[in-house]
Design a protein around this ligand. Sequence first.
Ligand SMILES: [Zn+2]
Length: 566
Amino acid sequence: MSELGLTFKEQLRLKAAITSTMEKPSDWICKNTSLRQKKYSFVDHEYQIDFVNDKHRIVTAKKCAQIGFTEILLRWMLCFLVQHQGSQTIFTQPTDTDVGKFAKSRVDVLFEECDIIKRLGTGGIDSAYLKRVGHSFLNLRGTFGTKAAISVPSDANVYDEIDFSNPRVLSQFKSRLQHSKYKLERLISTPTLPNYGVSALYNQSDQKQVVLKCNHCGHYQFLTWENHIWIRRHTDGAVFRKDPDSIDLYVAKPWEFKPYIACEKCEREVDRSWHGGCREWVAAHPERASDLDNGISGYHISQLDVPFVDVSDIVKASDKRFPEGYKKEQDFNNFVLGKEYAGGEGMKIDDEVAKLASLRMDMPKAASGTFVGVDLGATCNVVVVKDFWLRDRDYRVPVVVAAFEIPSERLEYADNEFDRYRPLFLVSDAQPYTTTVSKLAKLPKYEDRFKICYFGGKKAFTVSDIIVTANRTQMLDAVTDDLPKGDVMVADSVPDEFWPHLKNLVKVKAEDDDGTVYYEYVKVGDDHYGFALGYALLARKMFYELKPRSAGGSAPVEITGARTTL
Ligand SMILES: [Zn+2]
């Protein structure tokens, strides 16, 4: 179909729909798109209106499940494609499989019900990955999978479920916006770990939440799981604040009770709906998003803020004794409250581990028979490991005997620092100071026992000349698996930043080209000592497996009691 063959009136209407760029996306969406054969409406979805009309270049939403943000962003993108004829956009899903489902169940259905698309024409394109709207194109892509790569320029990107997407591929998609005058980005997700993905973005944003004004006493408040849930008994009308006891009652006889949301001040049941101006988005840091081009506009929404989600469903989801209950506290927080959750399988190092793996020991200024790991950065972090026979163990245990920083401008003389510990083997990060560390690694005194490390491959490590190629996940697994077991110990005199860096070694789920699930370490904060320890343990492993002749046999080990001095 083309623009030709339309009546004059139709052409005028089409032109108005295309060129009315002043029309707000929310109005355009209601006028031009449908849902189940009815015109789209924001009734009970009023929280979507500000989000969809947001004029910031970068908009993020840290959200609970099932609130229609994916659906509304698809409509927002369609509005953009129609209003900006000749543009290109990218809409991502975590995996290729997700794209296939999304194209069929959402995009195709939306297109079929949209008159304006029919009139503009789809150019006969029938692909899950490419859609045409008149002179504009919509690219659908996964972030894990073979079809992820894309070379087209883009004017607007939507990234759905970023916490479950491949961060490297997301940044490739971002680079496609470089030459656009719009450069719009919408990043949404159910959060997972604190300060990772959508949580990190939201933290940098103006941090909007939905405020509620009590329809009884006028008190303004943000609804929370901790302070706003009450349970009423049908038989006598008695009310109970949510606590472990009242939840027990509810679990035992769910038919006798009805959970509800009450004002934190007057304790009466509140109207959660958006009618009557009782609800509104409010930013904690409006100044951060005052610049439309550079500020990040951020939204956080939980199911408590979504009027059509029943409070009993929320309470039931919180407790695994209900058939509907989430088995893990983490999932309830992420999917129902739209909140990040510390702990769980992704974060293995915590205060308990730090306590268990700490060994009373003063860091020595010098030692011998050690393994050295170096993580390069603005400051270079060095970890020195030495094997010990500990009193209660019948195998030798690597102990972190020293951890310190070297300023990057001193890196070329770092061998002086290393040599105080008379290392048997050293591994350093190869980047970004490749030339400097290569020179160090080639120093004759190290006799081929100093390697610079790149990541790649499925093997623990492969060596070629001064280069070792190591599997990043396996290298860090050695740290996060062995510390909690006490199979790596740490002197309690390490610098204060040591344990915080180690706690930042967290893993998230990822997916292979063929759909195989695996786990990958991601950046959630400073993790330099974590990597440096990984390199040091890799150096130790390489030493035992490669048995370099020059070092002669195995590492000298020390025997230690409760208090150790070298
Ligand atoms: Zn009140």
